[in-house]
Design a protein around this ligand. Structure first.
Ligand code: 2HG
Ligand code: ZN
Length: 489
């Protein structure tokens, strides 16, 4: 390490104090590996500032010395977006100590949170003032607001409330040269040109460090009804959604598609789970409908709608949770799919979207094409059917060797992504690009999109210090599709 680098680390250590600076390998270790344990990086130090002013000082120093910074929240990225590279040159910048809800107002339906506030803590804070923050996902106990913003997270309530893009009203961030952008005002209308807030949402920390945000709250719900439904095809599931929306309107907040094979994995690998319906079904839907405070419970309307759907031949069996405990147990089945898949063995994972109406057809045809081309694989596609987004995960054949992930999975990924692009879809619907999808975005991104991504990155971060190697594919020749490459015998 050069002496100027050492001096810089010493300055950071004395400025941030022992709680804000460490080079201890054991303390740093868990944060240097991604959630899925597929990427392991290295860093010169772990910085944990407690205030925005400390973040400004850190970024100024890094800009002057041209040292890379990798911002990190709860480290639950599905695409290794917060894992540093292996060279160990970067500094890991944890926002987790910045965990204050600075203010919360029922009157203006908003909360100002620091980047390190954990999603479930925001849910509780909003509940305490009779409001709620309407975005939720399986990792709510560790995902942070800064990470959710930087990845434009979606989750299981997007159907009604949209992604983070629709829920962030203002942002405070430190730009790559150390300039503080104080844009926290929750303005409903603001037409001063390019929207810096939207630029930072989903930027994966490549354009600056989000330190706080003003977030939209909505009225607390009065009651909810959660149902688990067995049916035959994804097409019937989408028909059911349209039928429910026609009869219940905005009450339908979540509509998650779960194949029988995913439920089986959860029942096999996650303790204290049990099958919600008596018989087996090829497909399932987990549905949540809500009603506001003074309105009657949605249960009656939901029961009638499900009865009509069953008469129409769309629904094979269904159960409506009769208590909050049962509702939570149904949600646990859905939220545990990733964990169960991980325990079960290797899979080539994909996070894809096509237009909503085209998704059932895409799922069926693409799964058949994958399973025919890659003998022994099994597609488990699940998730946010109502958003046109499923996790199209291809499980390794029985007895696949340790090299399957390294050799076969990338070929399968090219094959799946080629199908998605042919269907006019996106190869990253909600997980982002990180480092895992970088080469594929370079290969498949439209030239205009790539040109603009690179131009924005160069304009805001000319020295490339903010989360290098993520999101923005470098210019130059791109890899060709591996889809027709031979598999190992
Ligand atoms: C979900 O919807 C997450 O459960 C994770 O986005 C998806 O593990 C996955 O493939
Ligand atoms: Zn998802």
């Amino acid at each position: 390490m050069t002496s100027s680098r050492l001096q810089m680390l010493e300055r950071l250590a004395s400025g941030l104090g022992p709680k804000g600076f460490t080079r201890d390998p054991a303390t740093m270790a868990p944060w240097l590996e991604d959630w899925r344990k597929r990427y392991r990086g290295s860093a010169a130090a772990l910085l944990s500032p407690a205030t925005t002013e400390e973040v400004v000082q850190i970024v100024r120093l890094c800009a002057a010395e041209r040292v890379a910074l990798v911002p990190q929240g709860g480290n639950t990225s599905m695409v290794a977006g917060a894992t540093p590279s292996r060279d160990g040159d970067a500094l890991l910048l944890s926002l987790r100590r910045m965990n204050q809800v600075r203010s919360i107002s029922a009157a203006s339906n908003s909360a100002v949170c620091e980047a390190g506030v954990i999603l479930s803590a925001l849910h509780e804070a909003a509940g305490a003032v009779g409001r709620r923050f309407p975005l939720s996902l399986g990792a709510k106990g560790s995902a942070t607001i800064g990470g959710l913003i930087s990845t434009n997270a979606g989750g299981t309530q997007v159907l009604r409330f949209g992604t983070m893009r629709g829920l962030v009203q203002g942002i405070e961030a430190v730009l790559p040269d150390g300039t503080l952008y104080s844009g926290l005002s929750a303005l409903k209308k603001d037409n001063r040109g390019y929207d810096l807030k939207q630029l930072l949402i989903g930027a994966e920390g490549t354009l600056g460090v989000v330190t706080a945000a003003s977030l939209r709250l909505v009225p607390a719900i009065g009651s909810r009804s959660v149902a688990w439904i067995g049916l035959d095809t994804p097409g019937q599931a989408l028909e059911l959604l349209l039928m429910l929306e026609a009869s219940m309107g905005e009450a339908v907040e979540s509509f998650e598609l779960v194949p029988g094979a995913a439920l089986d994995l959860v029942l096999a690998h996650v303790p204290n789970t049990r099958a919600p319906l008596a018989g087996a079904h090829p497909w399932h839907v987990l549905l949540e409908a809500t009603a506001p405070m003074v309105a009657p419970s949605p249960e009656k309307a939901l029961t009638a709608a499900l009865h009509a759907a069953s008469q129409a031949g769309l629904v094979r069996d269904a159960v409506i949770a009769s208590s909050e405990g049962q509702a939570d147990a149904l949600w646990r089945l859905r939220d545990s799919i990733s964990e169960a898949e991980q325990k079960d063995g290797p899979a080539a994972k994909h996070d894809v979207s096509v237009e909503v109406g085209g998704m059932p057809g895409f799922m069926v045809e693409a799964a058949a094409a994958v399973e025919a081309r890659f003998t022994g694989t099994r597609v488990i596609a699940f998730g946010h059917l109502g958003d046109g987004n499923v996790h199209f995960n291809v499980r390794a054949p029985e007895g696949a060797g340790p090299d399957w992930m390294k050799h076969d999975a990338p070929i399968i990924t090219s094959f799946v992504h080629d199908l998605v692009v042919a269907a006019g879809g996106s190869i990253s619907a909600e997980h982002g690009i990180g480092q895992m999808r970088l080469a594929e975005l370079g290969r498949l991104g439209e030239p205009a999109r790539l040109k603009v991504l690179r131009a924005i990155k160069d304009a805001l971060d000319p020295n490339g210090i903010m989360n290098p190697g993520k999101l923005v594919p470098p210019p130059g020749p791109t890899q060709r599709s591996l889809a027709s490459a031979p598999l190992r015998p």
